[in-house]
Design a binder for this molecule. Structure first.
Ligand SMILES: [Zn+2]
Ligand SMILES: [Zn+2]
Length: 251
């Protein structure tokens, strides 16, 4: 029955990642496409549902991400790997800046606050400690059921921390690897790289070099051997009218 755990793991990984890259990154931060107010709420809710215990509040994410583009790999970049000894230190610093924005301790520069999706009630609920712990308990119970009743090895419990922190783990992989390892198609004046073929597991997010060159382009793949598999999903959603590509941002 270990396959149930594998399916659960990858379903959580890719569903969480899709809403991370589509809603938090391409929509909230870059506004590569538009959607109606109700659809926006549905995406917002699904982002919470799939990120669960590590739900990232869209407005805080978007402000940090816009800073990342404006100051890529300089000291003002909130998470450049070139200013930290290891990925954990980078994650801690990123978390501190994120928390400061969420709690209003740090106010974002006005150039970064245009058109942010805001749903205060959802933010408050998703950020509630009891709700976050509730998600963690749910993931744990799922694993424990298969270990206790289906004779699955307890080693699978080692995957649980990834579920607890799925949003930041995916963000840290992108920010660390995407600005350190791989190849460059363009000279962007920073350390952004494309990390193919590992990129396939991050749904296009690891084409950082392409993305920093064309931050408004919905398709992060730029060469024949690159494939951003979030892009065809967005094309499908646009073709059935769920979202609308902003015309100047299609490429
Ligand atoms: Zn980047
Ligand atoms: Zn971006």
């Amino acid at each position: 029955m270990f396959w149930a755990i594998i399916i659960f793991f990858f379903a959580h990984w890719f569903l969480s990642l899709f809403f991370h890259t589509a809603f938090l990154h391409r929509y909230a931060s870059h506004q590569m496409f538009s959607m109606g107010k109700i659809t926006e709420k549905v995406f917002y809710f699904l982002t919470w549902l799939f990120q669960g215990s590590s739900f990232l509040i869209p407005r805080a994410y978007a402000v940090m991400h816009r800073m990342h583009h404006a100051y890529s790999d300089t000291e003002k970049d909130p998470h450049s790997p070139h200013f930290f000894k290891d990925v954990f230190q980078m994650m801690m610093k990123t978390r501190d800046i994120y928390n400061d924005f969420v709690r209003g301790i740090r106010l974002p520069d006005t150039q970064f606050i245009k058109n942010l999706p805001v749903w205060n009630a959802m933010d408050k609920f998703g950020d509630n400690l009891v709700v976050r712990i509730g998600w963690g308990v749910s993931y744990s119970l799922f694993y424990l059921y298969f270990i206790v009743f289906q004779d699955v090895s307890a080693w699978w419990l080692l995957l649980l921390p990834v579920h607890y922190l799925i949003g930041p783990v995916q963000g840290a992989l992108v920010n660390w690897c995407g600005h350190k390892y791989g190849y460059q198609n363009f000279d962007n004046g920073d350390h952004s790289h494309n990390s193919s073929p590992l990129g396939i597991l991050l749904m296009g997010e690891l084409f950082q070099n392409n993305h920093h060159k064309f931050p408004d382009s919905i398709n992060f793949a730029k060469r024949w051997f690159e494939f951003d598999f979030t892009y065809p999903i967005l094309v499908l959603l646009a073709s059935v009218g769920v979202i609308r590509f902003n015309r100047q941002k299609i490429s």
